[in-house]
Structures are given as structure tokens and as C-alpha cells.
Design a protein around this ligand. Structure first.
Ligand code: R5P
Length: 269
């Protein structure tokens, strides 16, 4: 574990112990906030300064991923800018369920994407599921992948975002099963304000479903999001890419598998 402290003026200090000369090192750091970003960049440099042979950077939750393009003139493409800085000292980067593929294109070094879906699916195998639901079309692949693992049908809702906290959702024109009394799992990549999951759960409740599970890879659960979601669902599951009260499934085995698989391919000099 690295040693971290703050100087009296607030500047961050990082130091890693042990001998790293000639070693292959994996640094794991989610970039939930600006301090995490700085810690990661400093840690990467410390590993390099200590003579490590290869450095794989694992970013379980890649913050700023939703600022993945210039929407209005004068804005930065923040996610891409961050990608470029993170890869600078790394030989390869591993990210879990990146919000969009736009950011992946910014990397020039090998970048591998792990998924939180198998981890959540392992958890859901303990309880019969009838339908997987993505709250928007962009997440269809996630619901499909979970549906394929669990051998259950899936569908995507029609979503319109009103503002940062509110969305309007509708059922698609064709719903694969009769919802009544069924256990429905809403699958999303990120739960942030909770607005999307709450709206999805309310819509599904109108179809008299029997039980609702909300599941995500990255649980930010801002402000009272967790309580608001708990009030309209039966259970809430998240992976451990971020620490939160719904953290029930671990992506560690999936990340380890990727690192093991690709380490041998990376150049050593
Ligand atoms: C949107 O495209 C994402 O996949 C999530 O649905 C969204 O970021 C969730 O945000 P919130 O919890 O604030 O509705």
C-alpha cells in the first residue's frame, strides 16, 4: 500500500515502499474525483521512478467518462484528455464498463475493458430472474449480455433525459413477457442521482411486476439516491468498482483474468 499524506499547504505526498526494480506492477485506482486523478498520476510516476519493468494501470471506475465529447464550443473532451494522461506512464490500461467507446479511441497504448455484468450475473444466479431491463437503448448490450448469461429475455426502455436529475421513460412497443408478478432486474452502467432507476422502477411497477432488482456496475449513489432507490425496489446490487452500500459483487476476478491474459503480450523493454 502506498503512503499518502498532505503537506501543510495542502499538496499531496505519495511514497511507495518495497523494491520494484524489474517488477511488473499493477496500480489499481478509481478516478471518482480530482484527488483520485492526481493520486493515480503521482503513483504511476512513483512506480516508474522505482524502476518497475512494466506498469498496468487498472481504473475500475473511470470518472469524467460521461464528458466524452465536445458538446458545445469551448468545452474540453475531458474523458479523452484524462485517458491520454493516464496512459502516459502505463504499458496498458484496464477499465471496467466505460460509459462509451469514444474514450477508448483516445488511448494509443493497449486498453482492455472488463465488464461488471458477469459479477452481477453470478449474484443473480442465486435468485430466479424473469426479465433484464436496460433503462435506455444505449445500455441494450448490457441487458442482452446479462440475459444471455442467465438465459432470460431482455428489453430496453425508451428514455428521454429532461435534466441532470430527471428522465422520462416509456416501455418499448414490444415487451417480451407479461410483466405481472415477475422478477425484473434493471441493469445500468452507472447509478448517479438515481433518477433513471427510480423512473424505471415506477414504470415497471405499473405493470404489476412481482419484484424489482436494481443493478449497476458503478454505484455513485449521490446524496439520497440509495434510499430513494431502495424505496421503489426490492434490492439494489452494485459491483465494488466504488465503495457504496449496495456493493455486493466483485469485479476483481474478472480484472485479474484480463491482466493475466494480456501481461505476457506486453513488451518488456
Ligand atoms: C446514462 O446514459 C447512464 O447509462 C446512466 O443511466 C445514468 O448516468 C444514470 O444517472 P442517474 O442515476 O443520475 O439517473
Amino acid at each position: 500500500m502506498p503512503f499518502l499524506k498532505r503537506f501543510p499547504d495542502g499538496e499531496l505526498y505519495v511514497r511507495i515502499g518495497g523494491q520494484l526494480k524489474g517488477e511488473d506492477v499493477v496500480v489499481v485506482q478509481s478516478t471518482r474525483n480530482d484527488q483520485d486523478v492526481l493520486e493515480l498520476l503521482m503513483l504511476e510516476d512513483a512506480v516508474r521512478q522505482s524502476g518497475a519493468r512494466r506498469l498496468i494501470v487498472v481504473v475500475p471506475y473511470f470518472g469524467y467518462a460521461r464528458q466524452d465529447r465536445v458538446f458545445f464550443p469551448g468545452e474540453p473532451a475531458t474523458a479523452q484528455a484524462l485517458a491520454k494522461h493516464i496512459e502516459l506512464q502505463a504499458d496498458a490500461v484496464v477499465i471496467v464498463d466505460l460509459h462509451s467507446t469514444e474514450t477508448l479511441k483516445a488511448f494509443t497504448k493497449p486498453v482492455y475493458e472488463a465488464s461488471g455484468i458477469p459479477a452481477i450475473a453470478r449474484l443473480l444466479k442465486q435468485r430466479p430472474v424473469d426479465l433484464l431491463v436496460s433503462p435506455d437503448k444505449g445500455g441494450t448490450d448490457r441487458a442482452r449480455r446479462m440475459g444471455q448469461i442467465l438465459d432470460r429475455p431482455w428489453m430496453a426502455l425508451e428514455k428521454q433525459r429532461i435534466d441532470a436529475e430527471h428522465v422520462e421513460l416509456e416501455l418499448p412497443s414490444s415487451v417480451p413477457i407479461d410483466l405481472q408478478d415477475k422478477h425484473v432486474v434493471i441493469v445500468d452502467d452507472v447509478i448517479s442521482t438515481g433518477g433513471t432507476i427510480v423512473a424505471a422502477a415506477r414504470l415497471l411497477a405499473k405493470g404489476h411486476v412481482g419484484a424489482i432488482t436494481a443493478a449497476c456496475t458503478h454505484g455513485l449513489f449521490l446524496r439520497d439516491a440509495f434510499e430513494r432507490i431502495k424505496a421503489v425496489t426490492d434490492q439494489v446490487y452494485s459491483t465494488d468498482t466504488l465503495s457504496n452500500p449496495a456493493e455486493k459483487a466483485s469485479v476483481a476476478p474478472d480484472i485479474a483474468q484480463i491482466v493475466k491474459r494480456h501481461l505476457a503480450e506486453l513488451p518488456t523493454a
